[in-house]
Design a protein around this ligand. Structure first.
Ligand SMILES: *[C@@H]1O[C@H](CO)[C@@H](O)[C@H](O)[C@H]1NC(C)=O
Ligand SMILES: *[C@@H]1O[C@H](CO)[C@@H](O)[C@H](O)[C@H]1NC(C)=O
Ligand SMILES: *[C@@H]1O[C@H](CO)[C@@H](O)[C@H](O)[C@H]1NC(C)=O
Ligand SMILES: *[C@@H]1O[C@H](CO)[C@@H](O)[C@H](O)[C@H]1NC(C)=O
Ligand SMILES: *[C@@H]1O[C@H](CO)[C@@H](O)[C@H](O)[C@H]1NC(C)=O
Ligand SMILES: *[C@@H]1O[C@H](CO)[C@@H](O)[C@H](O)[C@H]1NC(C)=O
Ligand SMILES: *[C@@H]1O[C@H](CO)[C@@H](O)[C@H](O)[C@H]1NC(C)=O
Ligand SMILES: *[C@@H]1O[C@H](CO)[C@@H](O)[C@H](O)[C@H]1NC(C)=O
Ligand SMILES: *[C@@H]1O[C@H](CO)[C@@H](O)[C@H](O)[C@H]1NC(C)=O
Length: 400
């Protein structure tokens, strides 16, 4: 993937992550949470790309939720070569120096019972993303003039060790979640999260928009496979992937970075939240700019209503592939849950309007918040798959 493509990719993610406009009354009620730098991270070399300390934001739980913990990985793409990682190291995606020091907690992180009925009173932690490899790398680049830390795996460890004595170590209930690159991170840390918590705790994991497919693009190229392979190789990720997966996929252990190959080896109960037309995957896996040099997909990418019949068919093929890869999980995972809707969106648990609102997306009349809560608390089987676009739905189709 070229640097230019990468920059576009970052722009798309930034656009998607841009907070919606809020009025002043709303602003007063916002849940603003301060950043905590992990001072002890330096003792293990757990640095952000640029050498700054990693960080998280913790909003304490209360009442009946005081001993429950939700940890959420921030997302934000990846960097796959020295050039793109050096650029990233000078931004909020690669350095806590450039990050906002106060974050708004909304959606699954909200502390308001009427906006987040199942998790509002838990301890809620947003883990900042500054390594560029979904918290899974462990390497250093150093050549005399440039220095880059690829320490995602150490950052994960430093943050867990920092939180354990703050109450995480005595958790009754816990959920590890994340969106996009953060959703991908959940797959690679879920069982390790369980291993750090009390044996009698209820521990589960949720991936939001992290189910990146090993799919071919419209030019029949494995664009994403090569991109992930370059991330994994650059940042020394293979040794941190599930060893049962990497040994079974030998000689292509890097393939275990894809959730579809890692998932069967994960023992902790999982919830897969994704749209079948995930906008990031549509724009970067199915139709990356390299596969559409003449821009035939330009209008379709901006607005699904502008797609022609052939393009819609191609998108339906992508949806079918996603459902195929999840078929075993759907049928055989007794403790799993899923919500595969048909919106053109990316990340649905973090913003209030998609997580839980009067007009938020519904499948079989269930919001995402209800589906995740039903699964987490075992209230009922929670495996929802929406009908294919353009059936009647409640999407906001946030194409940015
Ligand atoms: C919780 O959210 C509801 C709905 O937006 C709002 O009416 C209420 O004031 C909020 N409560 C608090 C404590 O912020
Ligand atoms: C910091 O790390 C050192 C070495 O790993 C450890 O001995 C110490 O307990 C840690 N301190 C805190 C406050 O976590
Ligand atoms: C180190 O790497 C950077 C980025 O690739 C490059 O610009 C620089 O010239 C290299 N320095 C040396 C001494 O090779
Ligand atoms: C787990 O065991 C500890 C110690 O016996 C107890 O304090 C805690 O409440 C238990 N947690 C759950 C979820 O049962
Ligand atoms: C690999 O599988 C074995 C046997 O099922 C299991 O005991 C072991 O914990 C697994 N390792 C990992 C890293 O999941
Ligand atoms: C497919 O990938 C190859 C190797 O990366 C590249 O040379 C070729 O231009 C790509 N073709 C298209 C149509 O993107
Ligand atoms: C469910 O598991 C059984 C036993 O491992 C397997 O034979 C079957 O193919 C699986 N079902 C699907 C849909 O993958
Ligand atoms: C859908 O759910 C809402 C509450 O979430 C309920 O008020 C409404 O009656 C339900 N609609 C149908 C058709 O079941
Ligand atoms: C969508 O809803 C409209 C209005 O309720 C209805 O006329 C139309 O037939 C529906 N379309 C589909 C595909 O169900």
């Amino acid at each position: 993937m070229s640097a230019c493509t990468f920059i576009k990719l970052v722009l798309v993610l930034l656009t998607c992550a841009a907070p919606r406009r809020i009025n002043s009354q709303e602003a007063e009620r916002r849940d603003l949470v301060k950043m905590t730098l992990v001072q002890n991270a330096s003792s293990t070399g757990a640095y952000c790309l640029d050498g700054s300390l990693p960080a998280y934001h913790l909003d304490r739980g209360f009442g009946a939720g005081a001993r429950n913990w939700l940890l959420q990985f921030e997302g934000g793409g990846w960097c796959n070569d020295i050039k793109s990682c050096l650029e990233r190291a000078a931004t909020r995606r690669g350095s806590t120096r450039y990050m906002s020091k106060v974050e708004v907690f909304s959606g699954i992180l909200s502390n308001n019972a009427s906006l987040n009925p199942d998790f509002y009173n838990w301890n809620r932690v947003k883990i900042r993303y500054c390594d560029g490899a979904s918290f899974a790398g462990d390497a250093v680049f150093k050549n005399g003039t440039s220095l880059l830390y690829f320490r995602g795996q150490r950052i994960w460890r430093a943050i867990i060790l920092d939180l354990l004595p703050k109450g995480l170590g005595q958790a009754n209930k816990a959920l590890l979640s994340g969106c996009s690159a953060g959703g991908l991170a959940t797959f690679h840390h879920c069982d390790d999260f369980t291993a750090h918590l009390p044996k009698n705790a209820s521990v589960k994991c949720l991936s939001d928009a992290g189910f990146f497919l090993d799919a071919r693009d419209i030019a029949m190229n494995h664009t994403m496979r090569y991109f992930f392979k370059s991330v994994v190789t650059l940042q020394g990720v293979v040794k941190n992937l599930n060893t049962n997966c990497t040994s079974s996929l030998s000689p292509y252990p890097e393939q275990c970075f894809f959730p579809q190959y890692a998932l069967p080896y994960i023992r902790t109960p999982y919830f897969i939240l994704n749209t079948a037309y995930d906008v990031y995957q549509f724009h970067h896996i199915l139709v990356p700019p390299s596969a559409d040099p003449n821009g035939h997909w330009y209008h379709c990418k901006l607005n699904p209503a502008a797609c022609n019949a052939v393009q819609i068919n191609t998108l339906q093929g992508f949806r079918r592939y996603m459902l195929e890869t999840l078929q075993n999980f759907l049928v055989n995972s007794t403790r799993g849950g899923m919500y595969i809707n048909s919106c053109f969106a990316h990340c649905q648990s973090e913003s209030q309007d998609t997580w839980f609102a009067p007009d938020s997306p519904r499948v079989h009349n269930k919001t995402i918040s209800e589906a995740v809560g039903d699964w987490y608390f075992g209230r009922k089987v929670s495996k929802e798959i929406d009908c294919a676009y353009p059936c009647n739905n409640s999407c906001h189709n946030q194409l940015g």
